[in-house]
Design a protein around this ligand. Structure first.
Ligand SMILES: C[S@@+](CC[C@H](N)C(=O)[O-])C[C@H]1O[C@@H](n2cnc3c(N)ncnc32)[C@H](O)[C@@H]1O
Length: 349
């Protein structure tokens, strides 16, 4: 399926590269409503909106919920009416007398240079003057800028020194790191504004840990799930550790709660059932039982832990018919014995 250019993201594990394959799968499903249970960068929820679906997006991180809320609610008219230059100048540089400097004090030398920390302090306090779309747009854009300015695009290590070392670099990182927060943010908003507009249909976003699903409705046709991935050696991805710093853009007070036992001072650290094999399988069973009338489509990798066959067994144990396909090709994924490819596991009633 030919799609327009969706906004770029450096979010780890983003499915942006396989959006055409996801679109083809969803179109074949002929569904009307979809839950994106682990929305992450929000790009898949945005695709579902673009495909005309009624969407609920969920993620247990506040910054990710903010992004999904923006992606599911914005209109081209609202974006077009903004003065990005003036807004970002105000947000990043205006400093009232009573302003706090939590990031500058608590995160000195950890992630960003002093003038950048000071911009983040200003931003978090000025953004309170905005609401609705304007607030979520700038939180999204500044968060994306901060991701781009980080080595590895993550906040899991106190490694500002990687940026500061005076070495000759043969790759583009140094330029990206030194590009201003404002410049990155403007670029990222322009990318969103360039996407053709599609009406939003009763969008909902939630910020719940899927360990407890009670808050989520059960009447959606499809539940799409792309949970954290554990590789064949059972090494898990802890998203709250990777992106904790962005939570502070949504709740400034969190910056004063960094866990000082670690050099990178995580301001949130939430466990997930998807960090361990046994709890992941239990979580999967709970999801299959809770969404008892929805088709479940799971994005996964063929070398993942638990294995695709273990996942299939749990789904079948819940009375579902299961198909496993490689992303894009309508064929059984595991027949080629390929070691690591994107797959879809589809569990129907
Ligand atoms: C692989 S990422 C999703 C990527 C997304 N599909 C995309 O294309 O960007 C997994 C997401 O699940 C979220 N997550 C992890 N454990 C969770 C839990 N127990 N409840 C809700 N969200 C969780 C993480 O915050 C992360 O954003």
């Amino acid at each position: 399926m030919l799609l327009p250019r969706f906004p770029a993201t450096r979010f780890q594990g983003s499915k942006r590269k396989i959006l055409p394959e996801i679109a083809a799968l969803i179109e074949a499903e002929k569904c009307e409503s979809i839950i994106d249970l682990y929305s992450g960068s929000g790009i898949v929820a945005l695709l579902f909106r673009y495909l005309g679906k009624r969407v609920l997006a969920n993620d247990y991180l506040k910054y990710n919920q903010n992004t999904a809320s923006l992606f599911l609610n914005y209109s081209q008219e609202e974006l077009g009416a903004l003065d990005l230059d003036a807004d970002l100048d105000f947000l990043l540089n205006h400093r009232a007398d009573d302003f706090e400097s939590i990031v500058s004090d608590e995160f000195q030398g950890v992630y960003f240079k002093p003038h950048e920390n000071s911009e983040i302090d200003n931003f978090c306090q000025n953004i309170q003057r905005y609401c609705g779309l304007k607030q979520s747009l700038y939180i999204y854009a500044v968060g994306q800028a901060l991701i781009k300015k980080r080595p590895y695009n993550l906040f899991h290590r106190a490694n500002l020194d990687m940026r500061l070392k005076d070495v000759v670099r043969s790759f583009g990182n140094a330029k990206t790191w030194e590009t201003s927060i404002k410049e990155h943010a403007v670029k990222c908003i322009k990318e969103l504004a360039a996407l053709p507009a599609v009406d939003a249909r009763q969008p909902i976003t939630t910020c719940v840990d899927t360990a407890c699903l009670q808050a989520l409705p059960q009447d959606y046709d499809v539940v799409y799930m792309d949970p954290p991935y554990m590789n064949g050696k059972s090494v898990s991805v802890n998203y709250s550790n990777f992106y904790h710093f962005l939570e502070g853009l949504c709740d400034y007070s969190l910056f004063s709660k960094g866990d000082t036992r670690y050099p990178h001072k995580p301001i949130v650290n939430i466990e997930s059932a998807w960090h361990k094999k046994e709890s992941a399988l239990k979580q999967l069973k709970y999801i299959c039982e809770y969404f008892h009338s929805s088709t479940i489509i799971m994005s996964y990798r063929s070398d993942g832990t638990p294995s695709p066959l273990e996942i299939q067994a749990v789904m079948q144990g819940c009375g579902r018919q299961v198909e496993i396909h490689t992303a894009g090709e309508y064929k059984y994924a595991l027949s080629k014995n390929a070691d690591n490819e994107e797959i879809f596991i589809i569990a129907r009633l």
